[in-house]
Write a protein that binds this ligand. Structure first.
Ligand code: ADP
Ligand code: MG
Length: 325
């Protein structure tokens, strides 16, 4: 995409054209945005700042011929998903962008995808850096947690019910369609991979009910495994309760690769635990929410993660994506 775009922008022209908005910031706390040496950003009294960052590298996290609008969208989505997992309300982001060349068409599309999601969640882009080099995108996101009662990975207790939002394995199927490992075509799976829906509002609701929460970025087994380690507990999940799309069910019956939805990453759903005493109130309120969710198992005393499938209990290794494994 980049190499077919002949015109090139200067660094400051690029920033002004693509990243400085012609609308006021979403938040009064955004005191100073793009254009100075630092951005200035204020929280309300009593709020705690939640901070997260994620880098997407061409050839590692996405194919370099990706639609730049999808890349802009997803770079922000993965960060908003981390804020959602902590029950933080998104406020502002910085963008560190490295591009091989400054093609205006590519950059315009990238910015359009980014701001499409930013505006949906009222997120201000307050600064960043722009450099030339192999394509990579780093976004750092800042969210607010009123009263400081953020969700953490460490609060799961024995007897808590385990839930997951949306479906698992859909993005994994989308990736297998793109890289040719799977020949079926499912638009929904591709959409889940390219345009994941960060569960921001649901994360805010969970702050009142969940004992722990994590976002599923590296695979359900790996990310639930992080919760179990941080909480010093174990868990059992039921195969029959896993939320699988019809296309993923088809994929499993064709290939026999039943563990894909447990180990494939990129779903950006929330996996969380709710204590028995809060279950009724939680389901009562959450059912009115547009985000689907499903109980998939229970926190138990014995360490490790177990899967109940066809009357058997299988020990699951917390394998997920690991850059250095
Ligand atoms: P400095 O050299 O002082 O770090 P820069 O010249 O790199 O500043 O950037 C100028 C302004 O543009 C700064 O406010 C910076 O935060 C902002 N900026 C640079 N790149 C981006 C980007 N990709 N997205 C948003 N803001 C950016
Ligand atoms: Mg700079």
């Amino acid at each position: 995409m980049i190499s077919s775009d002949r015109r090139s922008l200067g660094e400051f022209e690029l920033i002004r054209r693509c990243f400085v908005r012609d609308r006021p910031p979403w938040h009064v706390g955004t005191r100073l945005g793009i254009g100075d040496d630092c951005a200035l950003f204020a929280l309300e009294p009593g709020e705690v700042l939640a901070v997260t960052a994620d880098t997407l590298v061409a050839g590692v996290h996405f194919f370099s011929d990706v639609d730049p609008a999808d890349l802009g969208y997803k770079s922000l989505a993965v960060n908003l998903s981390d804020l959602a997992a902590c029950g933080a309300e998104p406020r502002a982001v910085t963008l560190c962008l490295t591009v091989p060349e400054a093609g205006p068409d590519w950059l315009d599309r990238f910015a359009a995808g980014l701001f499409e999601l930013a505006d949906r969640h009222h997120v201000d882009l307050i600064g960043g850096d722009t450099t030339r080099g192999p394509l990579s995108v780093t976004i750092q996101a800042f969210g607010a947690v009123p009263g400081g009662n953020a969700l953490r990975r460490s609060g799961a207790r024995c007897g808590d019910r385990i839930f997951v939002t949306g479906t698992v394995g859909s993005a994994g199927l989308g990736l297998r369609m793109l890289d040719g490992r799977c020949t079926s075509a499912d638009g929904e799976a591709l959409l889940r991979l390219l345009r994941p829906e960060p569960r921001v509002d649901f994360g805010l609701l969970l702050r009142r009910y969940a004992s722990s929460c994590v976002d599923v970025s590296d695979g359900l087994a790996a990310d639930l495994g992080h919760v179990l380690t941080a909480s010093a507990v174990g868990a059992a999940i039921d195969w029959d309760e896993l939320p699988l799309s019809p296309a993923v069910v088809d994929y499993i019956s064709t290939t026999g690769d039943w563990s894909m939805p447990l180990h494939a990453g990129d779903d950006y759903e929330l996996c969380f635990t709710v204590p028995e005493a809060r279950l009724a109130a939680f389901t009562g309120e959450a059912r009115a929410h547009s985000t689907p969710f499903r109980a998939i198992g229970r926190i138990e005393e014995p360490r490790g993660l177990r899967l109940r499938r066809d009357g058997r209990t299988i020990d699951l290794q917390p394998d997920g994506f690991d850059h250095f494994a």
